[in-house]
Design a protein around this ligand. Structure first.
Ligand SMILES: NC(=O)c1ccc[n+]([C@@H]2O[C@H](COP(=O)([O-])OP(=O)(O)OC[C@H]3O[C@@H](n4cnc5c(N)ncnc54)[C@H](OP(=O)(O)O)[C@@H]3O)[C@@H](O)[C@H]2O)c1
Length: 240
């Protein structure tokens, strides 16, 4: 039987590449999204991967959404916590809303999705949790106090939970992508983007597939001894 994988924010960008890659590897895949129905419908039409709408920022919606996915596909064995947003502003202009939205989605969202699945994975003695953090959770970034804090929180969450999952056959790992060519990064003005590329030793932005291949490895049986690790995939821009 194919393993079931759920990719949050799997209808666009990095998440869509992860969902497609896992499907190509034989997983039974579901994607979730927040509200862009058009992108989700186009994604499902192109890939045949079902996309479910709920917000990872809302715990009850996560419980309901997970129940729907599991009713359709079976118990979720691989969870990719990929959904994320930015609300950038220099700190002196950052609003409480900008802080809370980013914390609710990028950090609490990881709790909200992982917590309802945890006991099932413990009982079945198998699980793969893969969190998508960011280079900016490792090094910090101007105008991203909210985002950098949430993404650094994802790394701490991963290291703590990996210790709890280890004896239950559950691995918990985190990937820190550098700058990847998705809507999130293409929304940055071209001049700023060029200045970012100039700081990347490999001389290009990442492709979503660069991150999807990392996820596929961490999800695989081959990665059973890898847990609590931070996989940095940033073209050499920041070496930890
Ligand atoms: N792009 C980069 O350079 C980069 C670098 C480092 C880390 N990352 C991280 O990688 C992840 C994916 O980034 P991306 O660039 O692919 O983003 P993206 O292109 O903006 O896509 C974001 C996806 O997340 C979904 N989403 C947003 N808020 C959500 C919520 N509350 N509940 C459920 N789904 C939600 C979106 O759904 P809708 O389509 O409905 O809006 C969409 O499917 C994020 O965690 C991001 O922080 C990205």
């Amino acid at each position: 039987m194919a393993r079931v994988a759920l990719v949050t924010g799997g209808s666009r960008g990095i998440g869509a590449a992860i969902a497609k890659h896992l499907k190509a590897e034989g997983y039974s895949v579901a994607a979730s999204f927040a509200g862009n129905e058009e992108a989700a419908a186009a994604f499902t039409e192109e890939t045949g991967i079902p996309a479910y709408k709920w917000s990872v920022a809302d715990y009850d919606e996560c419980v309901e959404g997970i129940a729907k996915v599991e009713a359709d596909l079976g118990p979720i064995e691989v969870l990719v916590n990929n959904a994320g947003i930015t609300r950038d502003a220099p700190f002196h202009k950052m609003t409480r809303e900008q802080w809370s939205e980013v914390m609710d989605t990028n950090l609490s969202g990881v709790f909200n999705m992982t917590h309802p699945l945890w006991n099932g994975m413990r009982e079945r003695k198998f699980g793969r949790i893969i969190n998508i953090s960011s280079i900016n959770g490792q090094k910090g970034q101007f105008a991203q106090a909210n985002y950098s804090a949430a993404k650094a929180g994802d790394i701490g969450f991963t290291k703590a939970l990996a210790q709890e999952g280890a004896r239950a056959g559950i691995t918990v790992n985190v990937i820190c992508p550098g700058y990847v060519a998705t809507d999130m990064v293409m929304a940055v003005p071209e001049k700023v983007r060029d200045s970012i590329i100039a700081t990347i030793p490999v001389g290009r932005l990442g492709e979503p597939e660069d991150i999807a291949r990392c996820v596929a490895f961490l999800a695989s049986d081959d990665a059973g001894f890898v847990t609590g690790s931070t996989l940095t995939a940033n073209g050499g821009q920041y070496m930890t």
